[in-house]
Design a binder for this molecule. Structure first.
Ligand code: GSH
Length: 201
């Protein structure tokens, strides 16, 4: 199995972490959607990472679709996204908030990195980062004190996405120690787990 993408991408990183949690062996080609677009296009016509090339040659694109396949193929009776009901909805909701926060971090970064300085619009960057902070605070408030995981008392895709989003937000200057202390504690602990640690960009 071959994962296309750099772990600097939160979407690629969540796939790498998910593969590690399920114990699926894979190789990774560290291509960037921006810097290696021609090569990335051979796997995804849109030129985006991640893509996952299965052992039978089939190529999956988009982290949500890839993770859906991994849950189906390797999740057995404890997939990272529960298969049905209120538990499934709860995990999907947190994952959507956290990956949405990652997208907003990236929008803020693109404004700085991909536009000439005279065309950068600081109010847009501020607005993106305010959305990130609000999203993280909302999840922080749902975490019960001293809980090891975001919800369901077990590792789920809510935790995978929370670790990635908290790290990205912190790198963008959001003070998660002060503003989302429960989320920060939880991610500090989980980030030490080998399946997260080895994907650190
Ligand atoms: N919804 C997609 C988003 C993927 C995405 O936006 N990837 C970024 C890197 S973080 C990318 O390749 N961007 C290059 C581009 O859009 O041109 C997913 O979940 O996989």
């Amino acid at each position: 199995m071959l994962l296309i993408g750099v772990n600097r991408s939160p979407f690629t990183r969540r796939v790498a972490i998910t593969l590690n949690i399920y114990g699926v062996p894979f190789e990774q080609r560290a291509l960037s959607g921006f810097d290696n677009r021609t090569e990335v296009r051979t796997s995804n016509p849109l030129g985006r990472i991640p893509a996952l090339i299965l052992d039978n040659g089939e190529t999956l694109i988009d982290s949500n679709a890839i993770i859906d396949h991994l849950d189906e193929a390797y999740g057995e009776d404890r997939p990272l996204i529960p298969r049905e009901g209120a538990d499934r909805r709860a995990v999907l909701k947190v994952a959507a908030i956290m990956m949405g926060a990652c997208e907003k971090c990236l929008h803020a970064a693109y404004e700085r990195n991909r536009r000439p300085p005279e065309k950068q619009y600081q109010p847009w960057i501020d607005d993106c980062l305010a959305q990130v902070k609000n999203a993280l605070v909302a999840v922080d408030e749902t975490i019960a004190p001293n809980k090891r995981y975001v919800l369901l008392d077990r590792l789920t895709q809510a935790d995978v996405t929370a670790v990635i989003a908290e790290r990205l937000a912190r790198a963008r200057g959001i003070d998660t120690d002060a503003q989302t202390p429960r989320l920060r504690d939880l991610t500090r602990r989980l980030a030490e787990e080998p399946f997260f640690h080895v994907t650190e960009p």
